[in-house]
Design a binder for this molecule. Structure first.
Ligand SMILES: NC(=O)c1ccc[n+]([C@@H]2O[C@H](COP(=O)([O-])OP(=O)(O)OC[C@H]3O[C@@H](n4cnc5c(N)ncnc54)[C@H](O)[C@@H]3O)[C@@H](O)[C@H]2O)c1
Length: 357
């Protein structure tokens, strides 16, 4: 049996959703809804049989569908999810599911009342770079981990379309922060004790385009997330994605979404250094601790290779819909990420850390 879907919001990600729903044998996309008539003309050119609607009320009144993917601007999610719930449809909402926790709570109440399934497209849980770091974390490949750094920098100094408007749910915390925080919370299974954040509008008037977030967990892991869209550089790449994981049995670095990196260890442990002061004194650097490593001191291993891809989100989704698995992205997790984002804004405003759980 194939589930019949509509995509609401036929923009950058909506186009991908139509294709995905057509590619999976469990689903079809039979209708598209967008308030912009040009977008509806565009889909008609590709799929002449596609039903098109310029408003969600008409879509829900007329289209014979089992579910919807909501891929409109962030400030539209609440109203569209509530309409879909009242129409009794399965719902995948784009991230961020809502602009704040209280909005999400209203959406949860409506979806629970209607008894419909509700999940959020946090497909970056399947990104290869993240999965590589998660494997390092889960298998303790560098021992007891004390720090995880996740960073993303854009070089073109710009943000696009409605992302520059506060009212529409613009800004990088909503756009990318929601993914980067979700990845950390999905990986680090521990109480989050405190949140510290610097969130700035560096060149944008209304919305944030830079943030640094420090999350301190009860299990002694500290995660640092940094993003900037105005991190200018003349390097050949147009963005940089980096991870660094520090543990007491080594370190791991991984760069790029298709990660390149190494697990790095020393052949000689700290206790041996004290017995061999002559040797350590021979390294020259800013200090001996930051000196040139002895030959053979640093050894490397390959980082874990992972076969995940973003389409795995939908493999899980359809299995969950058929009752064969649980939805990977659960609404209480989505709510926790939104609560962290609120704590980030509060911390940025007060310049103090915020107690969390
Ligand atoms: N998960 C991801 O990796 C990912 C990637 C990109 C975007 N997104 C999310 O998808 C959503 C859309 O982002 P985008 O970049 O595709 O934006 P976009 O501007 O390219 O497309 C949004 C579309 O929604 C339409 N729209 C707005 N309000 C509507 C309404 N009430 N009813 C019907 N259509 C409406 C607009 O006309 C536009 O065509 C956002 O929530 C964004 O955060 C997620």
């Amino acid at each position: 049996m194939s589930f019949r879907y509509a995509v609401i919001g036929y923009g950058f990600i909506g186009r991908r959703h139509v294709q995905t729903l057509k590619d999976f044998e469990e689903s079809d996309c039979v209708a598209v809804c967008d308030i912009n008539p040009k977008r509806l003309e565009e889909i008609k050119e590709i799929y002449p049989d596609m039903e098109v609607y310029d408003n969600a009320d008409e879509l829900f009144a007329k289209a014979e569908i089992d579910g919807v993917i909501i891929a409109a601007n962030n400030n539209q999610h609440k109203e569209l999810v509530i309409k879909a719930a009242r129409a009794g449809k399965h719902i995948i909402c784009e991230k961020p599911a809502a602009m704040c926790v209280s909005e999400l709570d209203e959406m949860i109440a409506e979806t629970e009342k209607a008894g419909v399934t509700f999940t959020v497209h946090q497909q970056r849980r399947f990104d290869k770079d993240f999965r590589c770091v998660k494997e390092c974390y889960d298998k303790r490949l560098v021992g007891d981990i004390y720090t995880i750094q996740s960073s993303l920098y854009g070089y073109n100094g710009n943000m696009h379309d409605w992302h520059i408007y506060k009212e529409e749910g613009g800004g990088m915390l909503y756009d990318w922060g929601v993914h980067l925080i979700d990845q950390i919370l999905y990986m680090v299974d521990s109480r989050l004790v405190s949140v510290y954040a610097d969130v700035r509008n560096v060149i944008n008037q209304e919305v944030d385009d830079y943030f640094k977030i420090i999350l301190r967990f009860e299990n002694m892991v500290t995660a640092e997330i940094e993003l900037g869209t105005y991190f200018l550089s003349d390097r050949p790449e147009w963005f940089e994605r980096h991870w660094y994981v520090g543990g007491n049995k080594g370190s791991m670095y991984a760069d790029k979404f298709n990660p390149e990196g190494k697990i790095v260890r020393t052949t000689r442990l700290l206790e041996n250094v004290a017995e061999d002061q002559d040797k350590s004194a021979k390294s020259y650097g800013p200090t001996r601790s930051f000196g040139v490593p002895e030959p053979g001191l640093i050894v490397t291993e390959e980082i874990p290779k992972t076969e995940y891809e973003q389409a795995d989100y939908f493999k899980n989704y359809f299995k969950a819909l058929k009752g064969e698995e649980e939805f990977l992205v659960k609404i209480p997790e989505v709510r926790r990420v939104l609560a962290v984002m609120e704590a980030c804004r509060k911390s940025a405003e007060t310049m103090r850390s915020v107690d969390f759980e």
